[in-house]
Write a protein that binds this ligand. Structure first.
Ligand code: NAD
Length: 325
C-alpha cells in the first residue's frame, strides 16, 4: 500500500510518518510513504529520516495541480496534514490560510477523485466548533469558527465531506485538540515558552490567561489518526481529545515548574483579537468505535517535552532565527 502524506516535514505529520516507519507494517501493509511538503517556514527536513528506503520526500505545493496529480497517480491512500496552522499569523494576514487550507485541500481531493484513490483522511481541529463555554462539542455540532485559521479549516472540512456526499469518495475527517510534544515549531505556545525560559527570557501571557485549551501529546494524536485511517468509516468525522483541559495560566505554571522557574518570568500582554475562551470536544465516538485512548499523561508528556527541547537546541535554534529574520 502506498500512502501519500502531506505536510509531514512539520510537527504532527512528521510524528505520524516516524510512527508509521517505526512500527511493523500493519494489516494493510504500508510499503511506501511519500511525503509532499512545500517546506514553508514551518517545515524542516530535520524532522524526517530520509535514509529510510520506504520514504520518499517531494518538495511541492498542495495547490500545484501538476505535482499533486503525479503523486496521486501512485497513491492508494492519503493522509492530509499540510496547512497554514498558526492562529496569530492568520489574524495578521489570512490570504495564505484560505489559499493553502481551502484551495490546497480541494486540489488534493480533486486529484484523489480523478485517480481513484481509495481513502482520504483529512486532519482538522477542534477550533472549527468555536468557543464553548460549557459542555463539550460532538461531531454533529454546528461549526462556528472565529479566527481566519479556524474558518479556513472549517471550510476545508466541508469541502472534504462534500467529496464523500457528492462522489461517494471515502473521506474521513479528524478534529483534534491542541497538540504538544517534540519538534513543534517554536512560535506555538508550549515550545515558545520552553525555549524562552531555557534562554533566560520572559514569556508572554495573553489577557487574563483564563482561556482554556485541551492538551494531547502529538504521538497520541497520531495514533488516533491512524485508527481513523485503519478502522474509521467513510464520510465520518472523529473528534480526538486529550482530556487535559487547562487554562493558559495553569499551563504557564506547569511550564515554569518544569523549567525550574517562577511567575516573575511572565509578561502580561494584551489579549489576542477574537480570542476563543474555551475549546472542548467529546471523543466518545472515537473511543467506542475505534478503541482510541490517549496513552501519555500530561505530566509525563510535558516533562519529556521540556527535556527534549533542553537537549535539542540544534533543532530549534535555527528555526528561532527564521522567526527573528
Ligand atoms: P505545522 O505548521 O507544524 O506543519 C504544517 C506543514 O505543512 C509544514 O511542514 C509546511 O511546510 C506544510 N505546508 C504548508 N503549506 C503547504 C503547502 N501549500 N503545500 C505543501 N505543504 C505545505 O502544523 P502542525 O501543527 O503539524 O499541524 C498539522 C495539521 O494538524 C494541520 O492541518 C492543523 O490544522 C492540524 N491540527 C493541528 C493541531 C496543533 O495543535 N498543532 C491541532 C489539531 C489539528
Amino acid at each position: 500500500m502506498n500512502l501519500l502524506v502531506t505536510g509531514a516535514a512539520g510537527f504532527i505529520g512528521s510524528a505520524y510518518v516516524r510512527m508509521l516507519l517505526a512500527e511493523p507494517a500493519g494489516p494493510d501493509r504500508i510499503a511506501r510513504v511519500t511525503v509532499l511538503d512545500k517546506l514553508t517556514y514551518a517545515g524542516t527536513l530535520d524532522n524526517l529520516d530520509l535514509t529510510d528506503p520506504r520514504l520518499t520526500f517531494v518538495q511541492g505545493d498542495i495547490c500545484d495541480t501538476a505535482v499533486v496529480g503525479t503523486l496521486m497517480a501512485g497513491a492508494d491512500q492519503v493522509v492530509h496534514f499540510a496547512a497554514e496552522s498558526h492562529v496569530d499569523r492568520s489574524i495578521a494576514s489570512a490570504d495564505t490560510f484560505v489559499h493553502t487550507n481551502v484551495t490546497g485541500t480541494q486540489t488534493l481531493l480533486d486529484a484523489a477523485l480523478r485517480h481513484g484513490v481509495e481513502r482520504f483522511v483529512h486532519v482538522s481541529t477542534d477550533e472549527v466548533y468555536g468557543s464553548t463555554e460549557v459542555g463539550s462539542n460532538t461531531e454533529d455540532d454546528p461549526l462556528s469558527p472565529n479566527s481566519p485559521y479556524a474558518a479556513s479549516k472549517a471550510a476545508s472540512d466541508l469541502v472534504a465531506l462534500s467529496y464523500h456526499r457528492t462522489y461517494g469518495m471515502d473521506v474521513r475527517v479528524t478534529r483534534c485538540c491542541n497538540n504538544y510534544g517534540p519538534r513543534q515549531f517554536p512560535e506555538k505556545v508550549v515550545p515558545l515558552f520552553i525555549t524562552r525560559l531555557l534562554d533566560g527570557g520572559d514569556v508572554p501571557l495573553y489577557g487574563d490567561g483564563l482561556h482554556v485549551r485541551d492538551w494531547l501529546h502529538v504521538e497520541d494524536h497520531c495514533r488516533g489518526v491512524e485508527l481513523v485511517r485503519g478502522l474509521g468509516r467513510a464520510g465520518e468525522i472523529y473528534n480526538i481529545s486529550g482530556g487535559t483541559e487547562l487554562s493558559n495560566r495553569t499551563l504557564t505554571e506547569r511550564l515554569l515548574a518544569a523549567c525550574g522557574e517562577d511567575w516573575g518570568r511572565v509578561r502580561h500582554v494584551p489579549d489576542r483579537k477574537g480570542h476563543d475562551r474555551r475549546y472542548s470536544i467529546c471523543d466518545d465516538k472515537a473511543r467506542t468505535e475505534l478503541g482510541y485512548r490517549p496513552r501519555r499523561s500530561f505530566e509525563t508528556g510535558l516533562t519529556e517535552t521540556v527535556d527534549w527541547y533542553r537537549h535539542n537546541r540544534s533543532w530549534w535554534e535555527p528555526l528561532q532565527r527564521r522567526l527573528s529574520a
